[in-house]
Ligand binder design. Sequence first.
Ligand code: ATP
Ligand code: MG
Ligand code: MG
Length: 554
Amino acid sequence: SSSSKSNFIREIIAADLANGKHATTITRFPPEPNGYLHIGHAKAICLNFGIALENASSGAECHLRFDDTNPSKEEVEYVESIQSDVSWLGFDWGQHLYYASNYFEYFHDCAVALIEKGLAYVDQQTADEIKATRGNLTEPGTPSPWRDRPVAENLDVFARMRAGDFKEGEAVLRAKIDMAAPNVVMRDPVIYRVMHAHHHNTGDAWCIYPMYDFAHPLEDAKEHITHSLCTLEFEIHRPFYDWVIEHCPVPSQPRQIEFARLNLSYTVMSKRKLLQLVKEGHVGGWDDPRMPTISGLRRRGVPPQAIRNFCERIGITKFNGVTDVALLEFEIRDFLNKEAPRRMAVLDPVKLVITNYEEGRSEEVDVPNNPEKPEEGCRRVKLTREVWIERDDFMEDPPKKFFRLFPGGYVRLRGGYILHCTGFTKGPDGLVTEIHCEYLHDTIGKDAPEGVKCKAAIHWVSVEAGISAEVRLYDRLFTVPNPDGAEGGFVSVLNPDSLHTLRAWVEPALAETAPEGIVQFERIGYFVADRKDHVPGAKPVFNRTVALRDSWGK
Ligand code: ATP
Ligand code: MG
Ligand code: MG
């Protein structure tokens, strides 16, 4: 959109268009289908698809490409979840859905081309030997005894690798570059390995698979990607990216540009760790509302627009840092405050009896649907002699400045009458069991009469009309800002209180909410009707998206 903040990538792209280097811009989002997408991926999705949208007038595109060159960890479930998450976030790849595994023949041809140029050789050292002879930052590497194999022999052995004559680990293809290069990445990196594994797309057609660093630039070139945007860890790999583009038969010249990845406080973000949380049962699944996955955020009730706003706000830089998760929560509240209809729900109920309201009487009062959107009007809510209110809206012995209910005090029922508290009863355990009030006639929608101090309105649910609902309150999944840095590992700092499930009383309109409907429970927080478990009219289930205010640790 035109409101997008500029950043160094948008500047490079604008310059390339202005000076005619490119006629348009083609970006890609290239997830490996080895897990569900997380909020870090959302940053890359918003960046790549955002650039395509901003440059749509020149014919810009963003490809969704499954980087599925490693058969051992990839699954069709992930391919499907990734498409569903990208769409839900609001982006459309149109015709541009690609699988890197469809280029296996091309990668192979490029490898053969390198061998023919004397730029690749089959190494039959063990993986340990290869590792041990790569040197380090101060020591150059040692050339492999196989490094100077003749081209014809390399072609023959590589063909036999492909034919299945080698076991895993017995032979690899390496680029022949420079074993003394100051950048260790350039010391004859492995570009192909033997893997006898079934692939979700190509089945058993291949038993050799390309390494990421070799395949990725070729995938980009094949798709005519102009700007290949990746995270900063790949900066030191860029010389090899450029080497592959320089020496292989490529149809275009993509350019790799790196940006800082998103790290969030109180969150782990690697798919490997998220998979561990799922497998070990610390969460209910990839879409558990406590997970930082896109599907978890969705189930939590986070609107896609709030995620896009968050990504726009954090911007794109070259500096790695940790973003405060409170900033994400701020964007969620900011959006929901404007959009979420208000409803009443009582999470910790105590009964209030309006003693001067006749038994059997009831009336409908008007309650605004959203004060931020007057055009959404009011709904009618049934008021009866007995209502549920929150236990902590009453105090037997209140401190100064307590403006809700206490013996002798006044409070308004939201949309209804002003009440005067005349007494209460207590059970043997000391808990208040019932609060007694009298209502003041003719106070609906009107100021308090002379001499009545009424400074607050509380939410309520009619005992007769209210509906019982399951409510799930979520807190952060981890107790420390940097779970990755915890001495005992991230599992040791899981928050044991990250989920509370309770029964609440809700107004009838809530029970009719469609799955994924967002609401504000007045004075409590933002909630969503659970995507999977909520059944309108039959079984209401609400997840707390975020509290009204940032109350973490308070
Ligand atoms: P993880 O390390 O969490 O497993 P990944 O980088 O291996 O993630 P890919 O599926 O390879 O996941 O990533 C797809 C794209 O998303 C890549 O271009 C990658 O740079 C980008 N990406 C992944 N994590 C982040 C992040 N935290 N912030 C920004 N971009 C990210
Ligand atoms: Mg990866
Ligand atoms: Mg990774």
